[in-house]
Every structure is written in C-alpha cells, then in structure tokens.
Ligand binder design. Structure first.
Ligand code: FMN
Length: 317
C-alpha cells in the first residue's frame, strides 16, 4: 500500500533525513535513485529567507527530476515562518518540514529547533501559521523531549496533529542526549498509537535488519535515515529493496562533484565537498596521509585527478 503525506505519494516509506552540510541536490538525487521515498534539503533559516540572504537561497536549489521533495525550515516566529512557507523559492517543493529537533546551541539559544519542545504553545502557533500560509503538507520533525530523561513525545505529537501537521518524524532521543545513547523506540510506538497522521521513526537505522526491527517495535508508517547514507547513498537500495549494490565509488564521487559544479561556484564546491569526501573514503581509503592532502587541495580538478590516481593505487571499488 502506498504511503501518502496529505496528497503527496511517497516512492517508499524509507526517507532521507535533512542533514545540514550534506543533503545537497546531488546527494538527494543519488539517495532518491537508490530508493529513498522522499528527500529533504538541510534546514533553512526562515529569518534568512526574510532578509533574502543569498547563501540561504542557494540552499534551495533543486534538480528538475527530484520528486517528491521536501524542504525543511527553522525559526520560532509564526509570521516569519508563514512568510517562508509562501516564499516563491519554496514553490517547487512538495512538502514543507518544520525543524523542532535541532539540538545545536546556536539554534536553540535563539528559541529555534528543539527549544520549541519547551514552548509547546509557541510550537502550535508556528505550525498553525505555516498550515494557513500554504496548501502544501506541513510536517514536523522533533525529538522526544528536551531535558535528560524527558518524554513529551505523545503530547507534542498530538499538538502537531491538532495544529494541522500532515505527518511527523520522531527522533527517539532527547535534546540533552544529542546523538548518544540508544533511541527510545518505545516512545515512538506510543506516538504512533496516539495520532492518525503518518509517523516516521528516526534514529540509528543503518541496515534492512534495523529497519525491520524499528518498524516492528514502533509500528511507524516509515523510517527516516540520516547518517547511514553519508558516503553511502546506496544504503537506501539495501534498506528498501534488500539489494546490496556494489557501486563504483569513484564514479559516485565524480557525479557528486560534477553535479554540484553545475549549480555552485568552484570555490564553494571544493570546500563544501571536503566533509562528504571524508565519508566517501572512510573505511575504504587505506592511506590517511593522502586523504589529508586531498582535503587541502583548492581546485576540484586537482581533487578529481588525485582521486583517480588514489583509487587506482589503494582502493577497492
Ligand atoms: C551532520 C548532521 C546534520 C544534521 N542536520 C539536520 C538538519 O538540518 N535538520 C534536522 O532536522 N536534523 C538534522 N540532523 C539530524 C538528522 O536529521 C537525524 O535526525 C539524526 O541524524 C538521527 O538519525 P540517524 O541516526 O539516521 O542519523 C543532522 C544530523 C547530522 C549528523
């Protein structure tokens, strides 16, 4: 049975997590081609959109074939968030997700991201304002609570549904936990029992077995996968279809660079891609000194040339 978020049909129930600094248009395309049912931009500041920040606007670039696609926004001012939802730069996106889960200090100290877990009435106003501002489905991604041991997931989920959210994603950790400890899948199960809108479980899904276990415990409608896809977009093929694909890593990395270069400046791409490179090469690259050299290079042509020779010398493909 196909999974829908409001009127948007997903290609599968395993979806890509928004990841700042990683879920660019090329990465999303690869994840989607390998079976991700929905892909999402990294979080985009509603305030920066209000001020027409060029770098922020660039984060909204998207490839023509990307479908269905979600954009994630963050902020805590209902009017500014609503304005972002109606921004023409978001028009190509099918779904707008609201970030209520980011634990980073620079985000929570402004009242954004997961700090909205501490202000449920403001969170409700933000969601309602976004729902009123657009016909697109509004979804919300949040953590189970803010402080150590806190679990407000069920009441927060119910509030999201009442405020008009079309789906929710629950990361089974608190803000205090960051990324440590194991996700509380039982808490996600309780959320699923409490609301009618689709629920996506999030946290530590790396394999098809993990996915089966998480769906079994939570009975969620789907799973959101983040870190397991870094350096390995083909993980979606394994999780969705049970098919392990032995990709040509060098070709994959080249596709990523070349697609980025079609849309962004050389200077941006060479720096931006360094963190992706570290993931692509981790575990397979046998000479870390050479990796350090690679990351120091200041032109993509040099990087690609060096990668060619390094893969020939050291890497299994
Ligand atoms: C590098 C990085 C960047 C992230 N950026 C975002 C973001 O922009 N928005 C968001 O909601 N979550 C963000 N997250 C959290 C992920 O979406 C996800 O909730 C988290 O990684 C847990 O899922 P996983 O165990 O499958 O990775 C980020 C996580 C990482 C590791």
């Amino acid at each position: 049975m196909s999974l829908y978020i409001k009127n948007v049909k997903l290609k599968s129930n395993i979806i890509l997590a928004p990841m700042a600094g990683y879920t660019d248009l090329a990465f999303r395309k690869m994840c989607q081609d390998f079976g991700a049912g929905l892909v999402c931009t990294e979080m985009v500041s509603s305030k920066a959109l209000h001020y027409k920040n060029k770098k922020t606007e660039d984060l909204l670039l998207s490839l023509d074939g990307e479908s269905p696609r979600a954009v994630q926004i963050f902020g805590h001012e209902p009017n500014i968030m609503a304005e972002a939802c109606a921004n023409p730069l978001l028009s190509k996106y099918d779904i707008i997700d609201i970030n209520m889960g980011c634990p980073a200090k620079k985000i929570t100290s402004n009242g954004d991201g997961s700090s909205l877990l501490k202000n449920i009435e403001l969170a409700r106003e933000v969601i309602s304002a976004c729902v009123k501002a657009t016909n697109k489905p509004i979804t919300v991604k949040f953590r189970i609570g803010y402080g150590e041991g806190e679990n407000i997931a069920v009441s927060f989920a119910k509030m999201c549904e009442e405020a008009g959210a079309s789906a929710i994603t629950v990361h089974g950790r608190t803000t205090a936990q960051g990324y440590s400890g194991t996700p509380n899948y039982e808490a996600i199960k309780k959320v699923k029992e409490a609301v009618k809108i689709p629920v996506f479980a999030n946290g530590d899904c790396k394999t098809r077995e993990d996915a089966e276990k998480i769906l079994n415990i939570t009975k969620a409608d789907g799973i959101m996968v983040g870190r397991a896809a870094l350096g390995k977009p083909e993980v979606f093929s394994e999780i969705v279809f049970g098919e392990i694909i032995n990709v040509n890593k060098l070709e994959q990395i080249k596709f990523h660079y070349n697609t980025m270069l079609k849309h962004y400046s050389e200077n941006y791409v060479v720096k931006y891609m360094r963190s992706h490179l570290a993931f692509y090469l981790s575990g397979r690259y046998k000479n870390s000194k050479a990796l350090v050299e690679l990351i120091k290079l200041n032109s993509t042509a040099e990087v690609l040339e060096k990668l060619d020779s390094l893969f020939n010398k050291f890497c299994k493909i």
